[in-house]
Design a protein. Structure first.
Ligand SMILES: Nc1ncnc2c1ncn2[C@@H]1O[C@H](COP(=O)(O)OP(=O)(O)OP(=O)(O)O)[C@@H](O)[C@H]1O
Ligand SMILES: [Mg+2]
Lengths: 276, 250
């Protein structure tokens, strides 16, 4: 009877795992099955060309890909330094008022609906400037990215055993130097956080809705002009009643997934862990 | 001359008083052992000497600690920690750095050497002092994490010595080592006291008897007994000390 129960539990475990993982594989499968033919048919032009008129073939999603790259890079430039410093600060001064406040704030920000971030940026940037822009899109993405990077940085630093901190201070090093050493010990966690932040915003749609505007027939025109992004394009295409737009959306989904994997895999694999 | 003197030293963690007014005189160029049951405040006391307690936001210190007559609390804390080195219970060389860099780091940042050549010299000198040179001279670029526990601890001693400290604090430096490595460190302590003052926390009365010139016995944050090692081991004045030395107390 006991044996039987154990078995039953195992079956239950496996079944529920499959149940959870299945949708994920289903998505992966669908994206490949529907996206790959589009990519094959469109060829190189699908990656470099511009959006066609409704019913006028596949064209390409070049501006959207470049837009995603530009937005991600800009968002990283804006968000990363502040986020890493914030993470360091809350790890170094966990009991200070600012340290405690930031940590709470960061956790709230992580759960904050990203569409509201878009609305906020629209209010402070889009409306005053009178136009959607790459800058506004990037700012919204930076706000979404920062809490992830900060929280991961903080956690990675806290995961370094305190004996190394003490050891560093005991050598007569100043706080700045100690933090540098601890950061190099925590780099795996920090880089993971940065990657998660980047991957997250590279796939975000909601923060861009009221900020980036979208631009798919011309390439990047400047940071004060509207800009496209792959996820935003997908979102906008599937709402249209045109067959060729739906095909493009599938192709774009596959591209988005590949971008996602391209950010994650190589760096994760090559990152050496510090043995503690 | 006393290397270290404390005056009515008190330490709180939050509102818990853990060092309750300690007056201690540690003569220079001796080995001074601090003993006492777990939790009596030995580590706390050491960390008050080199101001490492300041890393702990809830720790508060009252009274004074003097290094050769000068209050450490009136000195720059970085200078204090350079002059009062510390070795910990768990060897803590930076695992991702080379053996060489573990020593060079403190030397560079404390501006003890001006150029690469001088740093090379100090690295060699301190590794020799720590009796590690012969074992690592061909692999200075190796990661510190590849060393054995005993070697790591001697590397930690070397990097402390590289800063030419006046006092070396050792918090149970052999507690996590095998007997052979522990013996090496004890021999090292014997050599080092010719040049500097060593304050060692130990749980082993036998070790205190072997290496120290003076012993202080700490109990619940209070100094119960201090004196020459052989006198205290022969004839402890305090009942608690006797109980501890004869192993009738944790
Ligand atoms: N960071 C801290 N926060 C609060 N209380 C602490 C902290 N560190 C130590 N204490 C308390 O202070 C007292 C003294 O601790 P300490 O580590 O100095 O003892 P110890 O004599 O070194 O003990 P052991 O022999 O176990 O190393 C203990 O009661 C301990 O619980
Ligand atoms: Mg201790």
């Amino acid at each position: 009877m006991r044996r039987f129960k154990d078995h039953l539990f195992l079956v239950y475990l496996v079944a529920s795992t499959i149940f959870v993982v299945l949708p994920l594989f289903h998505i992966l499968f669908c994206v490949f099955a529907n996206g790959l033919p589009v990519l094959m048919k469109g060829g190189m032009n699908f990656l470099t060309g511009v959006l066609p008129a409704p019913g006028d073939g596949l064209g390409g999603i070049g501006p959207a890909i470049v837009g995603t790259l530009v937005l991600t890079v800009l968002a990283t430039l804006m968000g990363l330094p502040i986020a890493v410093l914030t993470g360091i600060f809350s790890a170094e001064y966990p009991n200070s008022l600012i340290g405690r406040a930031t940590r709470t704030l960061l956790l709230i920000m992580m759960e904050f609906p990203t569409i509201l971030v878009g609305l906020f940026v629209m209010n402070i940037l889009v409306i005053p400037l009178g136009s959607y822009s790459a800058l506004a899109g990037a700012l919204a993405l930076a706000i979404v990215m920062m809490p992830y990077v900060a929280v991961y940085t903080e956690q990675a630093l806290k995961d370094v055993p305190s004996r190394y901190r003490e050891g560093a201070f005991a050598l007569g090093l100043r706080r700045r130097t100690v933090v540098k050493i601890l950061m190099s010990m925590a780099r795996k966690g920090v880089v993971t956080g940065i990657l998660i932040g980047i991957a997250k915003v590279a796939g975000e749609t909601a923060p861009l809705l009221f900020t980036a505007g979208g631009s798919y027939t011309v390439y990047f025109q400047g940071i004060n002009r509207p800009i496209g992004a792959v996820p935003l394009l997908i979102y906008q295409l599937v709402q249209q009643p045109y067959q060729n737009y739906h095909e493009i959306a599938w192709g774009a989904s596959l591209v988005l997934m590949l971008i996602f994997l391209a950010i994650f895999l190589p760096i994760r694999l090559s990152l050496k862990e510090v043995k503690l | 001359m006393n290397a270290i003197e404390t005056e009515n030293l008190k330490v709180w963690y939050g509102d818990k008083l853990v060092i309750k007014g300690v007056n201690l005189e540690i003569p220079e160029k001796t080995v001074f052992a601090i003993m006492g049951p777990s939790g009596c405040g030995k580590s706390t006391l050491l960390r008050a000497f080199n101001r490492l307690l300041e890393l702990n936001e809830i720790a508060r210190v009252e009274g004074d600690v003097k290094l050769y007559g000068k209050s450490v609390y009136e000195m720059d804390e970085v200078v204090v920690r350079r002059k009062i080195g510390m070795v910990f219970q768990i060897p803590n060389p930076f695992p991702h750095m080379s053996i060489y860099d573990n020593i060079a780091l403190g030397v560079r940042y404390n501006k003890i050497a001006k150029n690469r050549k001088e740093i090379d010299k100090i690295v060699e000198w301190s590794l020799k002092k720590a009796a590690l040179w012969e074992e690592v001279k061909d692999r200075l670029k190796d990661k510190a994490s590849n060393l054995s526990g005993g070697q790591m601890q001697r590397l930690c001693i070397a990097r402390a010595l590289a800063l030419r400290p006046e006092v070396l604090l050792m918090d149970e430096p052999t507690a996590n080592l095998d007997p052979v490595s522990a013996k090496k460190i004890e021999e090292l302590i014997f050599e080092l006291k010719k040049e500097l003052t060593i304050v060692i926390v130990t749980h082993s009365p036998a070790q205190a008897a072997r290496v120290s010139d003076y012993v202080a016995f700490l109990y619940l944050g209070e100094l119960v007994e201090v004196g020459k090692t052989e006198e205290i081991f022969e004839k402890p004045k305090n009942e608690l000390t006797e109980k501890y030395l004869t192993g009738r107390m944790g």
